[in-house]
Write a protein that binds this ligand. Sequence first.
Ligand SMILES: Cc1cc2nc3c(=O)[nH]c(=O)nc-3n(C[C@H](O)[C@H](O)[C@H](O)COP(=O)(O)O)c2cc1C
Length: 373
Amino acid sequence: MSKPLLFTPLTLRGVVAPNRAVVSPMVQFRATDGVVNDFHLVHLGKFALGKFGIVFTENCAVEPRGRVTQGDLGLWDDGQVESHRRLTRFIHQEGALAATQITHSGRKGSTARVFDKRGQFGPDGAGWKKWEVVGPTDKPAADGWLVPRALSVEEIEGLVAKFAAAARRADAAGYDVLEIHAAHGYLLAQFLSPLSNTRNDLYGGDRAGRMRFPLAVARAVRAAWPSHKPLFVRVSAVDGGGGWDVPDTVAFAQELKALGVDVVDCSSGGIAGAATAAGVKRGLGFQVPFAAEVKRAAGIATMAVGLILDGPQAEAILQAGDADLIAIGRQALYEPFWPVHAAQALGCDRDFEMWPPEYGWWLEKREYTLGRR
Ligand SMILES: Cc1cc2nc3c(=O)[nH]c(=O)nc-3n(C[C@H](O)[C@H](O)[C@H](O)COP(=O)(O)O)c2cc1C
């Protein structure tokens, strides 16, 4: 059998992803002051051992106010860089590319952890406190959410500079790939969507006005991020049930491509409440058609994400030409060694050679003991 596309390297500008399996960004609420700690090293390090080609950290806030919870990682301060360096060193040592995602939560900041019980706000005894949240307007994400303060034009311009500064820190920390989070109803998505952006100034109004801030961020980040390193943007391809839709995403992707963005990571939903509260029907690979449409219509590489569970499913998406990269979220939590399992399922690593040799040597010998060889 020829080598599956999933395990074919992908060159992105001056860096090479050893394969197409990517750990999707997943926030863990375990940080203090946005700093990477032992938990993050072990949590993300195991995905590098499992041979993901690109290992994404969770979203990293560009300012403290831009965190979703007080336990999120950050890149708002030079003092945070060294902690990220320890992580990127380990990921590189195991042969993967290290990637991070920069974000601002906007009106969806200052929340409890998703699994916190009613009345609980963060881990027991951690003393989490609420902070003021901001947005395109003073309209909350949904009933019961914090009421944001509408950002002034000067503040928007200041945030563009903060995204660029975070990109410079990501470079200094040793990341190879950077993603701007413009999805799931966080600040940049709040500006894109007509459901949340009802401003009537330069940064609101028609689609061009609503795209102005996210595109300014992409432009500034591209200028701050080294030209040999790839830049991704995650989008909610549709709000679901009206609002921002696929033709808007295609238009946005065309603009991003012109600014030097390399990959559009196609997610969906989240504009009016929790990231998971999307008016989008879910099923296996439900967002793949968005990645396929953006790739075809905007002529830009895409990453598919969302209920992609196993190697054959991932390989079929790549073979169909629907996406260039496959992001694995919850299945990576369930199965941190997903790529090497996928290789077994695709029959392309009979001798366990993709595994770390300290594991693979034993697993191959075990095949004989079990009488499978
Ligand atoms: C625990 C958890 C945390 C997440 N945090 C982020 C995040 O920081 N940034 C982001 O863009 N998406 C985040 N997501 C969404 C995932 O990256 C992914 O898009 C989503 O889980 C769908 O993919 P899946 O079906 O493979 O899990 C998170 C998802 C989970 C389960």
